[in-house]
Write a protein that binds this ligand. Structure first.
Ligand SMILES: [Zn+2]
Length: 394
């Protein structure tokens, strides 16, 4: 884990390196931006540079000292380093258990433990560092924890550095934000995502990678989640369902999508359960873990909604392509060039107005699944909208 692992994010990276070289680096940072764009990777890279025993220059890690090798070996899992403070689940009793991203709040005990450790002198290197992922969890519904942390930020121990990350910075106390240096992380370009996916997914087909990158909305974490499922097969199913979307078949499409999500969600849930029984690989894929709150608690119904939203994403791509086809664009301008025939058919059946309204309907359906509306109802709503958005008359 070093700066070279970070994709894109040129501005953030330049700032972080130059702040270290200037000799006036802040005691606290807030890395904020969408989920799955590299905030955590950058936080670990910065921690590595700060903790390095023989930095070749300020802001860089040697990659060879004990600390650097430790961090590289742990691949982002932040425990047992003498000067990298872990987020312990229950500092009193469960010394080794680390608080994961799926926990909704960072409890007061954990925050007090972090503050106490930060106030001590470094044991091995020049600094003591804590990385707090999704730090707004300190503030949700517990003023005490946030205030305890605020005190540490107000009078930071001279050797301490605090790195907060958050995809919901608005949920952090303003007083906390005002005492750290905010660093913005942006959505990644489709090229960056494609490069990131190609690194770690030797198995994935090139066209699957391109599709995941196009659908991921700037988040590498989300793109990885898309590939985690069975994107190619889902895409074929969605395209087939939409091909049938005529006056008679429309109501069936919404329900067919939900039925597929229902079955696939169940399968993925069972697979994940089995995987959980095996020992987890250290810190594997931490961007994926950070990605999206929906990854947080993947219950069976959570997995079904996850698949359903991916299917809705695929429908959205088809209707976006239909819309640009209706506007006269050629196949080379489509998100799915091999879907040109479908795009043409949808453009003909729905017209440009109908296609725009279908895009709206798909976004609403997306939103409804986030509000925990039952999937079959969302499917039915979508089917209704499809029927009403079909072009009238000849
Ligand atoms: Zn080093």
């Amino acid at each position: 884990m070093s700066w070279s692992h970070l994709l894109g994010q040129r501005a953030a990276l330049d700032y972080l390196r130059s702040a270290q070289k200037s000799g006036r680096a802040p005691h606290g940072y807030l890395f904020y931006g969408p989920a799955g764009v590299g905030k955590r990777t950058a936080a670990v890279a910065l921690a590595q540079a700060l903790l390095c025993h023989q930095p070749p220059e300020p802001g860089e890690a040697c990659g060879a000292c004990k600390s650097c090798r430790w961090i590289a070996a742990r691949n982002g899992l932040l425990t047992n380093h003498p000067d990298l403070i872990p987020l312990l689940k229950n500092p009193e009793t469960e010394k080794e258990k680390v608080l994961g991203d799926q926990e909704q709040i960072i409890p007061l005990d954990t925050v007090l433990d972090i503050c106490a450790r930060l106030s001590k002198s470094p044991m091995a290197g020049p600094k003591r560092v804590v990385v707090i992922p999704e730090a707004h969890r300190m503030c949700t519904g517990q003023a005490e924890a946030a205030n305890a942390f605020l005190k540490t930020l107000e009078e930071p121990p001279p050797t301490s550095v605090v790195i907060l990350t958050s995809s919901r910075p608005e949920a952090l106390l303003e007083t906390i934000v005002s005492r750290v240096q905010p660093v913005r992380f942006r959505r990644l370009s489709a090229e960056d995502i494609r490069a990131g996916l190609a690194q770690g997914n030797a198995k994935a087909q090139e066209d699957e990678i391109a599709l995941a990158a196009a659908l991921a909305d700037g988040s590498l974490g989300r793109a990885k989640e898309l590939l985690e499922g069975d994107l190619g097969r889902w895409r074929t199913a969605v395209m087939k369902a939409l091909e049938r979307a005529g006056p008679q078949a429309c109501p069936g499409v919404g329900l067919a999508l939900w039925a597929l999500a229902d079955a696939e969600g169940k399968r993925l849930f069972e697979e994940a359960e089995q995987k959980d029984d095996e020992p987890a690989a250290d810190g594997e894929d931490e961007e994926g873990a950070e990605a999206e709150e929906e990854a947080a608690a993947k219950t069976e119904s959570g997995w079904k909604r996850f698949v359903f939203r991916r299917l809705l994403d695929l429908c959205e791509v088809a209707f976006r392509d239909a819309l640009v086809t209706a506007a006269g664009a050629g196949p080379d301008q489509l998100l799915q060039p091999d879907g040109a025939k479908l795009a043409q058919a949808l453009a003909q059946r729905f017209g440009d107005e109908g296609c725009s309204r279908m895009l709206e309907a798909l976004r609403e359906a997306h939103f409804a699944t986030r509000l925990y509306v039952r999937g079959d109802l969302v499917g039915r709503m979508l089917a209704g909208r499809m029927v009403s958005n079909l072009r009238r008359g000849p």
